[in-house]
Design a protein around this ligand. Structure first.
Ligand code: GUN
Length: 298
């Protein structure tokens, strides 16, 4: 078949992967798990720590807090001005580590430049590290154990599974090599026997890589980075980017209108991966409380 014929045949465009709907669907089960814990006298507790006045972080944190309420997780917010010192932040984390009513601790990133982020993340007790950023949990992921999978890539894995998209043996290209998304994403996909390549800001001729992808995961934070000619026909395209344009619109990293005509599946922004990040945070927090209830070590 010629390329033109193929394109003519693809009149319907990609199926949308509706992360918002999947996240809402998950809530019923999550609520039931919280109720089961409450029947044993345990209310899952999540501490959310926000430092500084980054407006995007404030929005993400308030969404996380609201989602906790919706399933019965008790969230406790700690908002601190940028003037907080490393020591003060570490003391707060120490207190939360010791508090039996707190099952999960989340420190919203990015942190102000004077804060030693690595030290902060390493101070969080690994068994309460629901973001999965502690070295112990990162190491677990490297060797194929998932104790607290980082929420965004965990959400992507869940969306792929929910949409019956097989991963084993497929070429997956991850664009973005951050500790929060790209690297754990690649590890989770490798654990499921995908063939994974990671591209990043220094990758030369990005399109030569992305065109090979059966599944393309983009987490670069660059609007319109991925255009149709960089995408293989019928690829699955997962857009993790959340970018605010000067006109106020929120868009991902993918030229959605162009790429949807070529892909088999695509996630929208907003309403794709974003809601799943929050859903998986709830999942990890409930899991943490369940582990504590059963006396199981992390
Ligand atoms: N900033 C951007 N994504 C995340 C995340 O998943 N967790 C935290 N703590 N901060 C973030």
């Amino acid at each position: 078949m010629t390329t033109t014929a193929l394109q003519a045949e693809k009149t319907t465009g990609a199926k949308l992967i509706d992360g918002k709907a999947v996240a809402l669907k998950m809530r019923a089960t999550q609520r039931a798990r919280v109720e089961a814990l409450q029947a044993k006298g345990i209310t899952p507790g999540l501490a959310v720590v926000l430092v500084g006045d980054d407006p995007a972080s404030a929005i993400y944190v308030s969404r996380k807090v609201k989602a906790c309420e919706a399933v019965g997780i008790k969230s406790v917010s700690y908002r601190h001005p940028t003037t907080i010192t490393n020591e003060e932040l570490l003391v707060l984390i120490g207190k939360l580590n010791a508090d039996p009513n707190i099952h999960g601790i989340l420190v919203q990133l990015p942190l102000p430049a004077h804060i030693d982020m690595a030290k902060v993340l390493e101070t969080i007790a690994p068994e309460k590290d629901v973001d999965g950023f502690h070295l112990y949990n990162v190491g677990a992921l490297v060797v194929g154990r998932q104790i607290f999978p980082p929420c965004t890539p965990y959400g992507v894995m869940h969306l792929l599974e929910y949409s019956d998209i097989p991963v084993e043996g497929r070429n997956v290209v991850v664009v973005g090599a951050s500790n929060i998304v790209g690297k754990p994403m690649a590890l989770m996909l490798m654990a499921r026997d995908a063939t994974v390549a990671i591209c990043h800001a220094k990758t030369r001729d990005l399109g030569q890589w992305t065109i090979l992808a059966d599944i393309l995961v983009v987490a670069a934070g660059v609007p319109n980075l991925i255009v149709p000619q960089m995408v293989k026909t019928d690829a699955v395209v997962i857009d993790v980017g959340i970018n605010r344009l000067p006109d106020g619109r929120i868009v991902g990293d993918v030229d959605f209108e162009g790429v949807r005509k070529k892909a088999s599946y695509i996630t929208p922004v907003p309403g794709g991966v974003g809601p799943m990040t929050i859903a998986m945070l709830l999942e990890n927090t409930i899991q943490s409380a369940e582990r504590q209830a059963s006396g199981e070590p992390a």
